[in-house]
Design a binder for this molecule. Structure first.
Ligand SMILES: Nc1ncnc2c1ncn2[C@@H]1O[C@H](COP(=O)(O)OP(=O)(O)O)[C@@H](O)[C@H]1O
Ligand SMILES: [Mg+2]
Length: 381
């Protein structure tokens, strides 16, 4: 078994050390690995027996994906870790680490903690992500909230876990049912993988968006689940919508009647992905920066004879300011301005985002994950 601290050698990325366990899935562990300034998510499948001395890759499509897209998190590199003495091997896949992301499930479990503008953006991103995939001729195969990553500050979406992806129009003969029952369309529950088609993913997608932007969705889904999706469908008729969820905003009336057409039992009666997408023209949410300021331990002491001062920040940048003057400095790649005010020599101040603070060493500003601090101040007379 591959463990933390071990080094794995990929063909093009080279040797990579597993730094810590990040998460675990059903049949794989995901590790975090840092190399230079890159952070990778390394997915390592549990060991499988070699077949005629060759690793078994039959259970995952991820080793050889035929598509790519900006919202699809696909492997950067793949390799095998052999345990020859046990006649086994493990598949290792390196992905870009999606830092500052959460699974969509986190949002669905606590919907009201997230702004509507943020959730509607997630919904739109999700439709675009699935469109990217389907337009390349592929189905995800396991579209559900644990395989969708959401950027915590922007709401941008990436699909992960393409283990079961299938080409559209596949002739997969298996009647096996895969995935999480809650997100399986009726044809998948009834006929298994062989029935998996674009419409099956429209079902999962519509169901997720109904829950994301609707009122009392959870209760309604639970009610149908109790009866059983197939039984309920039989009762109401195959061309009826299985769920009717009320939208959180009246603006979504049209979108919701389309989404309801995505959860009709008969896949041939369902709406198409681009019909949903045409009704989503949401704007990117305004990102709220979380700002916190730590005051300096001691205000800088300036004398009549002070001519100028020089600040050095923790990144080693220096900023000069003349006595009796105010000066604006850019930091954080030019996005933010700090102002040093030396007009009143008894009371030197630093201003950020309208907040005046005493100027001194140790003053620091944190914006989301980024911190800017004053390390040292030199006084020139
Ligand atoms: N690139 C990534 N960046 C960050 N977290 C990831 C990444 N890939 C997977 N994860 C996390 O690991 C979990 C399991 O990965 P996944 O590919 O879905 O494996 P499984 O097939 O076991 O479900 C995901 O639900 C997610 O929380
Ligand atoms: Mg998964």
């Amino acid at each position: 078994m591959v463990v933390v601290g071990e080094e794995i050698t990929f063909g093009s990325l080279g040797p990579i050390v597993l730094d810590k366990l990040h998460d675990h899935g059903a049949n794989a562990n995901v590790f975090e690995a840092n190399k230079g300034s890159n952070v990778y998510a390394i997915k390592i499948h549990h060991a499988r027996s070699l077949i005629d001395e060759i690793p078994d890759t039959s259970f995952t499509a991820e080793v050889d994906l035929k598509f790519k897209g900006s919202r699809l998190c696909i492997p950067l590199d793949t390799c095998h870790v052999y345990q020859n003495e046990r006649n086994k091997s493990q598949i290792a896949l390196a992905f870009p680490m999606l830092s500052d992301h959460m699974i969509l499930d986190t949002v669905l479990q606590d919907r009201m903690s997230y702004d509507l503008t943020f959730r509607q953006w997630i919904a739109q991103e999700l439709v675009l992500a699935v469109l990217e995939l389907h337009n390349s001729g592929w189905l995800h195969g396991d579209l559900q909230p644990r395989n969708i990553m959401v950027n915590k500050s922007t709401g941008d979406v990436k699909l992960i876990d393409f283990e079961w992806s299938l080409p559209i129009g596949h002739k997969g003969g298996s009647a096996e049912t895969r995935g999480v029952e809650d997100w399986c369309a009726p044809e998948l529950l009834q006929f298994g993988i062989r029935a998996h088609r674009s419409g099956s993913e429209v079902w999962a997608l519509a169901r997720m968006i109904l829950q994301l932007l609707g009122v009392n969705g959870k209760e309604e889904f639970l009610r149908v689940k109790k009866i059983g999706v197939l039984e309920y469908a039989q009762k109401i008729g195959a061309s009826q919508e299985l769920y009717t969820i009320e939208p959180e905003s009246s603006e979504f009336a049209q979108l919701f009647s389309m989404l309801h057409r995505g959860v009709i039992t008969n896949p041939n009666d369902r709406c198409k992905l681009n019909e949903i997408s045409q009704l989503m023209k949401f704007d990117r949410p305004i990102i709220k920066n979380e700002i916190s300021i730590v005051q300096a331990g001691k205000r800088l002491n300036l004398k009549e004879t002070t001519f100028s001062i020089q600040l050095t920040d923790t990144e080693g940048n220096t900023y000069r300011c003349r006595s009796g003057k105010t000066r604006k400095h850019e930091f954080n790649k030019g996005h933010e301005l700090i102002e040093v005010d030396l007009k009143n020599m008894d009371k030197p101040e630093i201003i950020f985002s309208g907040i005046r603070s005493p100027l001194g060493e140790g003053y620091s500003i944190t914006i989301n994950d980024y911190t800017w601090s004053i390390e040292a101040i030199e006084v020139f007379t």
